[in-house]
Design a protein around this ligand. Structure first.
Ligand SMILES: [Zn+2]
Length: 342
């Protein structure tokens, strides 16, 4: 029998009768509970359940025969349990648990930060053209049923804008065939212009009325052409669906969030672009308008109205989905001047 023993109390199986006893390690490594000459329990450390070491709370050793040994001598138990002790396993596992948790959190962040954008790029790259076409047709049809009405803009005005638009579209990489301009009365979505992924661009009467002139309208349309050229709406759509899927994956909720986003027309309209996407579309507007021999900074005339009205409006009109900051206006002006000098 080993020289070191730990004093404590032993409880017979299913009993609260306390027996003063000691536990010690035998020559073959077993732990044995002894009171006087009587052996009360004996087992290999691997068969004994050690309660975890928590502060100075008494430790409990549960023996396979159902009896318990309890002691306040934590250090003694740690020495006795040795390398085979379950306690040491636990103690060593605790820092590993933190590392594991940190890795999981980090992984989630990495998925959000890098995997989602990568998946989005991949999805955009492999999307056959028929998908944005179907999505856009469905979206426009449902918008026509719900929010939009037939345009009341005079025919001559429509024709003039359409001619300007066709010129701009013809100068863009996709070409005039890649775009269809739709005039609509915006109703509840008010002054608005938005591009669907297939190149359909919707322009509301309210926006035309609000704009300071035809070039400002064309500047906005050139901006929308920029969104289509860079496939911004498809990207944002996939991103929103991807994040919804990610949340579903983490939450284990088999909802239809991602599907809703992909199918509902309103999602396409309410979709807001990132600041960098807006900046890209603004630069497209400047470039395209300049190519067309028009005022490259024409969109500024419209952005200034948007900026001034920003505080007064709410909802999903052009103002909320295309936040016009002073910074954006300055950026357009600077870029227009820069290009004009070349
Ligand atoms: Zn935009």
């Amino acid at each position: 029998m080993a020289s070191e023993s730990v004093r404590g109390a032993w409880f017979p199986p299913g009993s609260s009768r306390k027996v003063e006893a000691t536990v010690a390690r035998t020559a073959n490594g077993d732990l044995v509970v002894v009171a006087g000459q009587a052996v009360l329990a004996r087992a290999a450390p691997s068969e004994i359940e050690f309660s975890a070491r928590v502060g100075s709370i008494p430790r409990r050793l549960a023996f396979p025969n159902g009896s318990l040994f309890e002691t306040a001598d934590n250090d003694g138990i740690d020495r006795l349990s040795g390398s085979a002790g379950a306690v040491h396993e636990l103690e060593r596992f605790r820092p590993r648990l933190f590392v594991f948790a940190a890795i999981v959190v980090g992984l989630c962040f990495l998925i959000y930060r890098f995997a989602v954008p990568t998946m989005v790029e991949l999805a955009v790259a492999i999307t056959p053209p028929v998908v944005p076409q179907l999505m856009s047709q469905g979206a426009l049809a449902s918008l026509d049923e719900t929010l939009l009405a037939q345009s009341e803009l005079p025919e001559a005005r429509q024709t003039a804008i359409r001619e300007g638009f066709n010129q701009l579209a013809g100068l863009s990489p996709r070409g005039a065939d890649g775009y269809v301009l739709h005039f609509r009365k915006g109703g509840s979505i008010g002054p608005n212009a938005f591009a669907l992924p297939d190149g359909s661009i919707v322009l509301t009467d309210e926006l035309v009325t609000l704009a300071p002139g035809q070039d400002a309208v064309l500047g906005v349309l050139a901006h929308e052409i920029g969104h289509v050229e860079r496939e911004h709406s498809l990207r944002q759509l996939y991103r929103a669906a991807g994040i919804a899927a990610l949340i579903m994956l983490i939450g284990g909720d088999i909802g239809s969030g991602a599907e809703d986003i992909l199918v509902q027309g309103s999602a396409l309209v309410g979709l807001s672009y990132s600041r960098s996407q807006e900046a890209e579309a603004d630069r497209s507007s400047v470039e395209l308008m300049l190519k067309a021999g028009r005022d490259p900074a024409a969109i500024v005339g419209f952005l200034e109205i948007v900026r001034d009205r920003l505080e007064k409006t709410q909802g999903s009109d052009f103002f909320s989905t295309h936040p016009a900051t002073q910074q954006r206006i300055e950026a357009v002006k600077t870029y227009a001047e820069e290009l004009a000098k070349r």
